[in-house]
Design a protein around this ligand. Structure first.
Ligand SMILES: [Zn+2]
Length: 80
């Protein structure tokens, strides 16, 4: 277990938390009123549309790639 991994993961978690806190534009009405209700589920506070998205953000890129990186690193650490 190298401590340098911990630093990287912590930085990624910060990114994810920031992404989760951001308001997202609703794909239905376009208003930035979308909030995450549970894992991969988002709801628009304006038009009440519920839609599935990435684990952390409606637009999968940040959350998914970061969580994949994190998972693969954890798996590697477990294997060693
Ligand atoms: Zn909406």
């Amino acid at each position: 277990m190298g401590s340098h991994y911990g630093v990287k993961i912590r930085k990624q978690e910060n990114k994810i938390k920031t992404a989760m806190k951001q308001k997202h534009a609703c794909p239905s009405c376009g208003k930035a009123k979308v909030k995450r209700t549970s894992t991969a589920l988002f709801r628009c506070a304006s038009c009440k549309t519920v839609f599935a998205g990435g684990t952390y953000t409606p637009k999968t890129n940040v959350g998914i790639s970061a969580s994949k990186l994190q998972t693969s690193k954890k798996e590697k650490a477990a294997e060693e």
